[in-house]
Design a protein around this ligand. Structure first.
Ligand SMILES: Nc1nc2c(ncn2[C@@H]2O[C@H](COP(=O)(O)OP(=O)(O)OP(=O)(O)O)[C@@H](O)[C@H]2O)c(=O)[nH]1
Ligand SMILES: [Mg+2]
Length: 361
C-alpha cells in the first residue's frame, strides 16, 4: 500500500466511526497515525533539493502573501512596497518568491509575493514544499482572494492546515515531560473533554510511553496531536478581498457576508483601502515602537519590538553589554504610570514608549 492509500483508508475509517466516549481513544489513535503519514508524505515527496528560493528574511517582520494565481498578488505587492513584480492577465506570471519592503510607522515590513502554486503543496506537489517553508517562517500570512472566487479561501486554509500551519490560534498550554517509568500520568487544571485513554493512545502512537502531561486548558485530540508533532507553527493571518472595483456594493456585501470571517475589502489596482490594510498588518504583527533616548537629547529612531517586550529585551537588541551594565531606565509613554518613571529590566513596554537607559560601571 502506498502512503496515499493508507492515508485515504484512515480518513475513511475516521469518517465512518461515530464520535463518542467509547470511540474517542480509537479516533485519537487514528488521527495521530494520520498526522504521521501526512508528514511522511511531505518528506518523501519533497525530494530534490537545490532549487530552493534564495529569499532571506529581512526587515523587522515578514509577511507572506498567498493566494491563487491572478488574484492580484503582484499588483498588491507593487502598491504596498518598493518592489516591481510583473503583473499580467494570465496565471502563474510570478514563479519566484518576490520580496518587497514596506515602510510603515518607522517599521520595515518585508512582504513576500508567493507564487500561486499553493494547492497540492501539502502532498508535496510542484515547488509547494519550498514555498510552504517560506510561509511557515513568516510572521503573518496575508491571504488574498479575488471577489470572483471567494471560495478559494477554504482550499487555502485547508492547505495551510495540512502542512502544520495553525492560523489565529495560540499554542495550547500543555506540557509533556518525559519520565523514566510510570506510564502516562495526566494532570489538568481544567476539566477535559478528552479522556486519559485517548491522551495515552496519542502519546503512545508518537513513541511516548512514560511522561508527565500537564494540561492547562480544554483541548481536543487534534490539538494534542499538534503538540506532540512538534513542527506546528501558530501564525496570525489576514484575509483581503481584492478587485472590489469590479462589483457593486450589493454584490460585495453578499460575498463578504458569505465568507463569515473578517475580511478587508480592497482594490490593489485602484488603491482602495490600502491604508486600512497596512494598519491591520501592523496591528496583527503585534509590533511596538520603542524610542531609546540619550540624556538631554531627542529620541533616536524607534526600535521595532514584539508586543510584550521588556526593557531587558530592548537592552539586548541595542547591545549585549548594555544589559550587563544596566542600572535602571527612565521611562515615559503609555506603559509608564507617570513621566520619567524609574523601571527595571522586567518592565513590559508599550508602543511609543521613550526610554533612557542608565548604566553603572
Ligand atoms: N479590476 C482589478 N484588476 C486587478 C486588481 N488587482 C489586480 N488586477 C488584475 O488582475 C490580473 C492579475 O494580477 P497579478 O497581480 O499579476 O496577479 P498575481 O496574483 O500576481 O498572479 P500570478 O503571479 O499569476 O499568480 C492583472 O490583469 C491585474 O491587472 C484590482 O484590484 N482590480
Ligand atoms: Mg504575480
Amino acid at each position: 500500500m502506498t502512503i496515499e492509500e493508507r492515508i485515504r483508508d484512515i480518513e475513511e475509517e475516521i469518517k465512518k466511526t461515530p464520535y463518542n466516549k467509547a470511540t474517542q481513544h480509537h479516533i485519537g489513535k487514528l488521527k495521530a497515525k494520520l498526522a504521521q503519514l501526512k508528514e511522511d508524505l511531505i518528506r518523501k515527496k519533497s525530494g530534490k533539493k537545490g532549487t530552493g528560493f534564495s529569499i532571506r528574511k529581512s526587515g523587522d517582520a515578514t509577511v507572506a502573501l498567498v493566494g491563487f494565481p491572478s488574484v492580484g498578488k503582484s499588483t498588491l505587492l507593487n502598491q504596498l512596497t518598493d518592489a516591481r513584480s510583473r503583473v499580467a492577465e494570465y496565471d502563474f506570471t510570478t514563479l519566484d518568491v518576490i520580496p518587497g519592503m514596506m515602510d510603515y510607522k518607522g517599521a520595515k515590513i518585508q512582504i513576500l509575493d508567493i507564487p500561486g502554486l499553493i494547492v497540492g503543496a501539502s502532498s508535496g506537489r510542484g515547488r509547494g514544499k519550498e514555498i510552504l517553508s517560506i510561509v511557515r517562517n513568516s510572521d503573518l500570512i496575508l491571504i488574498l482572494l479575488d471577489v470572483n472566487n471567494p471560495m478559494h479561501l477554504e482550499t487555502i486554509e485547508r492547505e495551510l492546515y495540512d502542512v502544520g500551519i495553525r492560523l489565529n490560534q495560540k499554542r495550547p498550554r500543555v506540557s509533556i515531560k518525559k519520565i523514566d517509568r510510570g506510564g502516562i500520568r495526566v494532570s489538568s487544571t481544567v476539566s477535559l473533554g478528552i479522556d486519559k485513554k485517548t491522551i495515552r493512545e496519542i502519546l503512545n502512537m508518537n513513541g511516548i510511553h512514560n511522561a508527565q502531561v500537564t494540561i492547562h486548558e480544554d483541548i481536543n485530540e487534534d490539538q494534542l496531536i499538534d503538540i506532540v508533532m512538534k513542527n506546528r507553527v501558530y501564525l496570525p493571518s489576514i484575509i483581503a478581498l481584492n478587485k472590489i472595483d469590479l462589483i457593486d456594493d450589493k454584490k460585495l456585501e453578499e460575498i463578504r457576508s458569505g465568507i463569515k470571517k473578517e475580511v478587508i475589502q480592497i482594490s490593489a489596482e485602484k488603491g482602495l483601502n490600502l491604508d486600512k490594510l497596512k494598519r491591520e498588518i501592523f496591528k496583527k504583527l503585534e509590533i511596538i515602537r520603542v524610542y531609546p533616548k540619550r540624556h538631554g537629547q531627542k529620541p533616536d529612531r524607534p526600535l521595532i519590538m514584539k508586543r510584550g517586550s521588556t526593557v531587558g529585551d530592548v537592552c539586548e537588541k541595542l547591545h549585549k553589554e548594555i544589559k550587563e551594565k544596566f542600572k535602571y531606565a527612565i521611562l515615559s509613554g503609555k506603559s509608564a504610570r507617570f513621566d520619567s518613571q524609574i523601571v527595571g529590566l522586567n518592565h513590559v513596554l508599550e508602543d511609543g514608549d521613550v526610554l533612557t537607559i542608565v548604566r553603572g560601571r
